[in-house]
Design a protein around this ligand. Structure first.
Ligand code: AMP
Ligand code: MG
Length: 427
């Protein structure tokens, strides 16, 4: 372990040895959440959510043997040896289109014109594509009622068997799996139009601060506009939650208490601001009076102070007011909590390997989440370039960033060329 460069111990609240690291804090946050009860929703509302039960195929997909191509249904025995030089001529006995209910059987030494998705006639065992016949050529007089086949076929060429994609009785999607577009397609194709998923969590979002006014308000002296609420709300919605905006609380115990009381029925309250050591940082006092709450110093940057606990029975995550610290804290702790409520067994922690494009300092033994832009190099490497301004309040550099580069606590200096992990920003 590198020596601390400043005597942090003189300021007990800066004592890194007493701070939780990000992983320990996340574990404590996650232990307060479990999947919400299941509900059945229409397919269109199920995208991105997590299955609460296995889905079993009650039908085969495809449901019947059908043609994979536009062409001619034949019996392979009738076209043995067919080539471009020595085609086999067969009379065309019928046409079959997709969706056609009555399909004639194929008589020996005839062909049936057939379209993709149409049921294969009894007696046929292969389909020859139009491209391997003269069907695409202009009809010559007298040839209209027959087709020249230029190629021999093997049994089941261009034929899709019943149940080839999904056999009746198989599990097409499992409990705990996220419903991607393709999985929803499987569920639709086996005939289920309602899907059992975990209920979406409702996240209540409360901004705090005497200086904070809504985005549409005119600015009086000393005031700033609330950007945290929309940032946190958009993140929560992106991750699958429903959002309830709880407004802006003054820095008084009364106003905070009142606004939090009005939100007891949500699944998670997120407050921003008021969790540091300032004279008006009352969130912790309100929580202590009315629930169980811990204020932690987490060994991370930006975003050291973090409050977590319950008010009444409702989990509450208190992130710092500085806009970037608020967003990064919510990404690290709020996103996994939402994911767990949605039913994800292993909450998302996708990181990618990148190459550092710049030198960096990381004193203070905190895990540093550095705003970076990712620039693909010619050979496929992703090079992380530091976004210029890294202050905890500088939202413009977060807006410009593609990812957060993770500089581990114990790494004091990052040299350009090092390989580190990064959290892609997907919101
Ligand atoms: P706090 O954590 O309450 O000490 O706030 C830290 C900084 O973040 C202060 O400069 C606040 O003015 C600012 N801040 C607090 N809440 C918000 C908000 N909702 N939107 C934008 N900035 C905020
Ligand atoms: Mg404040």
């Amino acid at each position: 372990m590198p020596e601390p460069t400043t005597p942090l111990i003189e300021r007990p609240w800066e004592d890194v040895a007493r701070m939780l690291d990000v992983d320990a804090a996340l574990e404590m946050v996650l232990s307060a959440f479990s999947p919400l009860p299941p509900e059945k929703v229409p397919l269109l509302e199920a995208g991105g959510r997590v299955l609460a039960a296995d889905v079993v195929a009650h039908d085969n997909v495809p449901p019947f043997r059908n043609s994979a191509m536009d062409g001619f249904a034949v019996c392979v025995q009738d076209i043995v040896g067919a080539t471009w030089r020595a085609p086999v001529e067969l009379p065309v006995a019928a046409d079959v289109a997709a969706g056609q209910r009555r399909v004639p059987a194929l008589e020996p030494r005839t062909a049936i014109r057939i379209m993709t998705g149409a049921p294969l006639p009894d007696g046929a065992d292969a389909v020859v594509r139009f491209e391997e016949t003269n069907a695409l050529a202009p009809a010559v007089d007298g040839a209209r009622g027959s087709v020249l086949i230029f190629r021999a076929a093997a049994p089941l060429d261009n034929v899709r068997e019943a149940g080839e994609d999904i056999a009746r009785g198989t599990v097409v999607a499992r409990q705990g799996e996220a419903l991607t577009a393709a999985r929803l397609g499987l569920i639709a194709s086996v005939g289920q139009d309602l899907v059992p998923v975990h209920r979406r969590p409702i996240v209540g979002i409360l901004s705090t601060g005497n200086e904070v006014v809504p985005p549409g308000a005119a600015l009086a002296p000393g005031m700033i506009r609330d950007s945290n609420a929309i940032v946190l709300a958009t993140m929560a919605k992106t991750w699958g939650a429903e959002v309830r905006l709880l407004g802006i609380a003054r820095d008084t115990v009364d106003d905070l208490t009142g606004k939090l009381d009005a939100a007891r029925d949500v699944d998670l309250i997120v407050t921003s601001g008021g969790v540091s050591l300032g004279d008006f940082d009352f969130v912790k006092d309100v929580l202590r009076a009315d629930g169980e709450v811990t204020i932690w110093q987490v060994r991370m940057k930006p975003g050291k102070p973090l409050a977590f606990g319950r008010i009444g029975g409702t989990p509450l995550l208190g992130v710092p007011g500085n806009p970037v610290a608020a967003a990064v804290s919510f990404l690290l702790f709020g996103r996994p909590a939402i994911a767990r409520m949605l039913g994800n067994q292993s909450p998302p922690s996708r990181t990618i390997e990148v190459e550092c494009g710049d030198d960096l300092d990381n004193r203070g033994q905190r895990r540093h989440y550095v705003r970076v832009r990712l620039e693909p190099a010619d050979d496929g490497r992703l090079v992380a370039r530091v976004a210029a301004e890294q202050g905890a309040g500088v939202l413009s550099s977060l807006a410009a960033a593609d990812a957060l580069l993770i500089v581990p606590e114990e790494l004091e200096r990052v040299a350009a060329g090092m390989r580190l992990r990064a959290v892609p920003l997907e919101w």
